[in-house]
Design a binder for this molecule. Structure first.
Ligand SMILES: Cc1cc2nc3c(=O)[nH]c(=O)nc-3n(C[C@H](O)[C@H](O)[C@H](O)COP(=O)(O)OP(=O)(O)OC[C@H]3O[C@@H](n4cnc5c(N)ncnc54)[C@H](O)[C@@H]3O)c2cc1C
Ligand SMILES: NC(=O)c1ccc[n+]([C@@H]2O[C@H](COP(=O)([O-])OP(=O)(O)OC[C@H]3O[C@@H](n4cnc5c(N)ncnc54)[C@H](O)[C@@H]3O)[C@@H](O)[C@H]2O)c1
Length: 480
């Protein structure tokens, strides 16, 4: 690549494109405790999708419903219900939003205190270690890191784009509540948004093109989420795709407001579905198409990164959603910590010795904050078999004293996937009442490759939900 000249004031040791969670963490990790300098180029808000339109607002909208259900199923407690305006106000307090306008000054203050310069604008890589931002040229002495994330993908269904559908940003920033909502998709965004929208009073219909929900997880987990959504009044139409969409009077009324008149979805037979809003919850597209790096984009548009998170092996790195390894905030931040360590070591001429400089595959943890919650780590049974492992699977319902004490309606199931050859866990899936906090024990066992015979000596306290481990490990020791 040809390079362009830069003035010394536009030189940094590290330039990060994109100021989401992954970009923030890599910038800080690459310069911490050194004299190195870093810039983050951000075209929207420092904090990225996660802070303002994804993780934070969605979880802020989901937790009140979870708390309400807990109270409704606790003998002796009287539950009043949800106050929609107060739930929105609490959500806005997390996203620093006033009348739909977000404020990232707290993040900018954090960047200043960490010694990171924030450059506002659209970045494009125009040469080796050279980044152009709206006419200004920045040069990196050591590394350029792409952390540009993803945007919502809208399928090419006739009439859908013209209908101005909601995307995840509208669903998380909801300010005007549609009475009837159609959600296209059966993944994480579809299931979580169906949960909070129905909690807040909407009549929700999920349009799922396949036969199951949350297909990346163990099948039993998606089935339990499906049954619970249906039991709470959500309609799920499987094997169903909208053939065409028509909206009366589509209007760009702003994020989180109803985008015009009623929407009619032709489902290819029978009565069309008429709703007040339609949400495209149909996956993500990497924000890598206009940053000058086309030669490194793979077939899906992601920038393939090696175990050190470099794209070209030397100066160009990709972390977070942009490399497509795992579209999750904590996974992006994990990659960012490793990339930051790699950049620092290379800048100081240190060798990349040791596990802290390499990402490890097969260890992703994810929590889906539906009711019931789904929490999983590592490989599913199918993934483990595809990798050729000699797989042993055990599964049990969560029926321990701690569960019965936690909630009158407690229900859950756990499945462990183990490797007979090493007698270690490859993966674990929990689905049930508030299981989010249970999964980290399994994450430690999987990442630490702890032998099942050693796990036997990690005794969960009585009476906690974690006691489910005792029965599972007992069964697993017999099966291995
Ligand atoms: C509704 C929803 C809920 C979610 N909930 C969770 C959850 O509970 N837990 C979880 O782990 N994950 C969750 N995710 C996924 C999570 O949001 C992403 O994995 C995470 O935001 C990725 O972080 P990132 O830093 O890679 O990218 P992003 O957060 O997308 O940030 C990228 C930044 O780059 C900027 N940018 C892009 N291109 C340029 C450019 N050319 N120049 C300058 N700046 C640019 C963008 O403006 C943006 O600020 C959720 C996603 C959605 C949609
Ligand atoms: N709690 C969390 O960790 C959390 C929450 C929300 C999102 N996320 C992450 O964000 C990412 C995006 O989530 P998502 O739900 O948008 O994507 P996804 O890939 O999980 O699900 C997309 C869904 O849309 C369907 N779909 C795709 N194209 C379609 C089409 N043309 N017509 C009909 N259906 C179609 C798919 O079959 C699938 O059911 C995920 O990787 C997820 O991990 C994480």
């Amino acid at each position: 690549m040809a390079t362009e000249p830069a003035t010394s004031s536009d030189e940094f040791d590290v330039i990060v494109i994109g100021g989401g969670p992954a970009g923030e963490v890599v910038a800080e990790a690459a310069i911490r405790g050194s004299e190195r300098t870093a810039a983050i180029v951000e075209r929207e808000l420092l904090g990225g999708e996660c802070s303002y339109w994804a993780c934070m607002p969605s979880k802020a909208l989901l937790h009140p419903g979870e708390v309400l259900r807990g109270a409704q199923h606790m003998g002796g407690v009287t539950a009043q219900g949800l106050d929609r305006a107060a739930v929105f106000a609490r959500r806005d307090s997390f996203t620093h939003a006033t009348d739909g306008v977000h404020d990232d000054s707290a993040q900018l203050e954090w960047a200043r205190s960490a010694g990171i310069e924030v450059v506002h604008g659209d970045a494009r890589v125009t040469g080796e270690r050279v980044v152009s931002v709206d006419g200004r040229t920045l040069r990196a002495r050591h590394a350029v890191v792409v952390a540009t994330g993803t945007t919502a993908a809208i399928p090419p269904t006739p009439g859908l784009t013209e209908a101005l559908p909601w995307i995840s940003r509208d669903a998380t920033a909801v300010r005007e509540m549609p009475r009837r909502v159609a959600v296209i998709g059966g993944g994480v965004v579809a299931c979580e948004s169906a949960t909070w929208l129905s909690d807040l009073g909407a009549d929700v219909t999920l349009l799922v093109r396949g036969t199951s929900l949350l297909t990346n997880a163990e099948p039993f987990a998606g089935e339990r989420v499906r049954d619970a959504l249906i039991a709470r009044g959500v309609t799920i139409l499987f094997d169903t795709s909208a053939r065409s969409v028509h909206r009366h009077d589509p209007r760009d009324t702003g994020v989180g407001r109803i985008h015009g008149g009623p929407v009619t979805l032709d489902l290819g037979g029978g009565e069309p579905l008429v709703v007040d809003e339609v949400i495209a919850a149909t996956g993500r597209r990497p924000a890598t198409s206009d940053i000058g790096l086309d030669r490194w984009r793979n077939d899906h548009g992601y920038l393939d990164a090696d175990e050190h998170l470099t794209v070209d092996g030397t100066w160009l790195y990709a972390v977070g959603d942009a490399n497509g390894r795992a579209l999750l905030t904590h996974e992006g931040k994990y990659q960012a910590r490793i990339a930051g360590d790699v950049i620092a070591a290379r800048a100081e001429g240190r060798p990349l010795d040791g596990p802290r400089f390499r990402v490890r595959d097969g260890l992703v943890t994810q929590v889906v904050f539906t009711t019931p919650q789904l929490a999983a780590v590592g490989l599913t049974e199918r993934q483990a078999r595809v990798r050729g492992a000699d797989v042993v699977v055990v599964a049990q319902d969560i029926e321990v004293a701690g569960a019965a004490l936690a909630r009158d309606d407690f229900a859950g199931r756990v499945q462990l996937v183990a490797d007979r050859a090493t007698r270690t866990l490859l993966g674990a899936t929990f689905v049930g009442t508030e299981v989010a906090e249970l999964v980290h024990a399994a994450s430690i066992a999987v990442a630490g490759r702890v032998a099942v015979d050693d796990l036997w000596h990690a005794v969960p306290a009585y009476p906690t939900v974690s006691e489910v481990w005792v029965g599972l490990l007992d069964e697993l020791r017999g099966a291995l």
